[in-house]
Write a protein that binds this ligand. Structure first.
Ligand code: PFF
Length: 447
C-alpha cells in the first residue's frame, strides 16, 4: 500500500468535480424527477431536501473522512479505524462492495439506454430509421448490447487510474452539462403547459407526504450523493491532506442538489408541455403512465418541438447524460477494483477487467430478466443497503473511532475546526441522530 503507487487527485477543483461527477448521474436526471413526478412534485422535493441536508450531507463528511484517514480501499480504511474488530470491518467493507456492484449492474442498463437515445437522431438523419427505432425501443438485444458498450467504457476509464482517467473526464465534461441544462430550462419555460408542471413542482400538497415517501426520498438522497457503498470512501482516500473536508462535502452536496433540482425544473414542466402536444403522460385516473419511462418519453417529445435544432440539442443532451452516468459508474467500479488491487495484490488493469466483466455478466442476467430483476436489484441496493450501510458507517465514526484521531483527521486542511460550530454539532449528530433517524424512517415505513 505504498502511498506513491496510489493515485491522487491533482487539484481541489479536480476532486470536487470528480466527487460531484460521482454524485451527479442518472439519480439526478432520471431518478429524482421520476420520483418527484410520481409523488406529488413539491411534497417529494421538500422532503428530499430535508433528507439531503439532515442525513446525507453529514454522512458524506463521515465517508470522505474515513477514506482520507485510511488512505486506502474501503476495506482497509475501515480496518484502520476498527482496529479491534478487523473481521467486522472486512465484512462490512465486503457488503459495501457487493452493493456497489449491484448498483453498477442495473446502472449500466439504464446508461445504455441513454447511449441509444444519444445515437438515434444521427441515424435518423442519415436515413437509418429502423436502426434508430431499435435503439430507442425496449428489447432484450438492445438492452444487452448497449449495457455491454457502456460497461466497456466504464472499464476503459477506470483502468486508466485516478488523475488521468477519472479526474480529467470529470473536470472537462461536468461544466458542459450544467450549461446545457440551463439552456433547456429556459427553452421549456417558453412552451405552453410548462407552468402547470412548475406549479406541481413548487406548490406542495401535504396529502402526498406518506411513510413510503420518506423511505423513498431517503434512499434517493443516499443514492444521489453516492453514499453507503464506499465510493465516497475511495474518493476520500485519493484526497490530499490539505483539503477542508466539511467544506468540500458541502460543495459537492450543493452541486448535486442543484442538478437534481434543475432536472425537476426541466422534466416536470416538460411533462405538461408534452401532454399539451398530445403525448400520453397520465392515464384516465390521473396517475403517471409507466413512470420508469417518463424521462425517456418526455424529453424526446420536447426535442421534437424544437424543429431542426431539436436534433442537435437532443443529441448533446443525451451525450452529456452518458458522460454524467460514466463519471458515476467509474466511482462504483472503483470500489471493488481498489479493494482487489490492494487486498488481492492485483494490477489495476487486471482487477478492472476481471471485476468489470463479472459485473457485466450480472447486468446481462438482469437485462434478460428485466421485469423480475431490475426493480428488485435496484430496490435492494438503493432503498435498503445504502441507508443501512450508512448506519454502520455512522456507528464506526461515532462510536468506534477514537475521538482524537477523528478530530485530528478533520483538522488537516481545517486547523480551526475545533472552535467552529461544525465540530460542536457533527460528532454527536453522527453518533446519535444519524443512526436513530435512518432506522426510524425504516421502522415508520414498515409499520
Ligand atoms: N450518485 C449517482 C447518481 O445519482 O446517479 C449514483 C451512484 C454512484 C450511487 C456511486 C452510488 C455510488 F456509489
Amino acid at each position: 500500500m505504498a502511498s506513491n503507487s496510489r493515485g491522487q487527485f491533482s487539484s481541489k477543483l479536480g476532486f470536487i468535480m470528480a466527487a460531484a461527477g460521482s454524485a451527479v448521474g442518472l439519480g439526478n436526471v432520471w431518478g429524482f424527477p421520476t420520483k418527484a413526478a410520481s409523488n406529488g412534485g413539491a411534497a417529494f422535493l421538500i422532503i428530499y431536501l430535508v433528507m439531503v441536508f439532515l442525513l446525507a450531507f453529514p454522512m458524506l463528511v463521515a465517508e470522505l473522512t474515513i477514506g482520507r484517514y485510511g488512505q486506502s480501499n474501503p476495506i482497509a480504511s475501515l480496518r484502520s479505524i476498527w482496529t479491534k474488530n478487523r473481521a467486522a470491518a472486512g465484512f462490512f467493507g465486503l457488503i459495501a462492495m457487493v452493493a456497489a456492484s449491484m448498483i453498477l449492474s442495473f446502472y449500466s442498463i439504464l446508461a445504455g439506454w441513454l447511449m441509444g437515445f444519444a445515437a438515434a437522431p444521427a441515424l435518423e438523419v442519415v436515413g437509418l430509421q429502423s436502426a434508430a427505432d431499435w435503439l430507442v425501443n425496449f428489447g432484450d438485444a438492445r438492452n444487452v448490447i448497449l449495457a455491454l458498450l457502456f460497461s466497456l467504457l466504464t472499464i476503459y476509464v477506470v483502468q486508466k487510474g485516478v488523475a488521468d482517467g477519472i479526474e480529467k473526464w470529470s473536470t472537462r465534461l461536468m461544466p458542459m452539462l450544467f450549461v446545457l441544462f440551463g439552456v433547456m430550462i429556459v427553452y421549456i419555460f417558453t412552451q405552453d403547459g410548462a407552468m402547470d408542471g412548475l406549479k406541481m413542482y413548487l406548490i406542495p400538497d401535504v396529502s402526498h407526504v406518506t411513510p413510503a415517501l420518506l423511505v423513498d426520498s431517503m434512499g434517493q438522497a443516499f443514492f444521489s450523493l453516492s453514499l453507503g457503498v464506499g465510493s465516497m470512501m475511495v474518493y476520500g482516500s485519493y484526497l490530499k491532506k490539505d483539503v477542508n473536508i466539511p467544506k468540500t462535502a458541502a460543495q459537492v452536496a450543493a452541486i448535486d442538489t442543484a442538478v437534481a433540482f434543475s432536472a425537476g425544473l426541466l422534466i416536470l414542466p416538460a411533462m405538461f408541455v408534452a401532454k399539451n402536444n398530445g403525448v400520453e403522460i397520465f392515464n384516465a385516473a390521473g396517475d403517471l403512465m409507466s413512470s420508469g419511462d417518463l424521462v425517456f418519453a418526455v424529453l424526446p417529445a420536447m426535442f421534437d418541438t424544437m424543429g431542426s435544432m431539436g436534433m442537435i440539442v437532443g443529441t448533446g443532451f443525451f451525450v452529456l447524460m452518458v458522460i454524467a452516468a460514466l463519471t458515476s459508474s467509474i466511482s462504483l467500479l472503483e470500489v471493488p477494483v481498489s479493494c482487489a488491487q490492494d487486498e488481492l495484490n492485483m494490477t489495476r488493469r487486471k482487477a478492472t477487467w476481471v471485476i468489470g466483466s463479472a459485473i457485466l455478466v450480472l447486468s446481462i442476467v438482469i437485462a434478460l430478466n428485466f421485469g423480475s430483476l431490475f426493480g428488485l436489484v435496484a430496490d435492494i441496493s438503493t432503498v435498503y443497503m445504502q441507508p443501512l450501510l450508512g448506519v454502520v458507517w455512522a456507528i464506526v465514526v461515532g462510536w468506534i473511532w477514537n475521538r482524537n484521531k477523528l478530530l485530528n483527521e478533520l483538522k488537516e486542511g481545517n486547523p480551526e475546526i475545533e472552535q467552529g460550530l461544525f465540530w460542536k454539532i457533527w460528532p454527536w449528530y453522527v453518533r446519535i441522530v444519524c443512526p436513530v433517524a435512518i432506522l426510524a424512517v425504516f421502522m415508520f415505513s414498515v409499520l
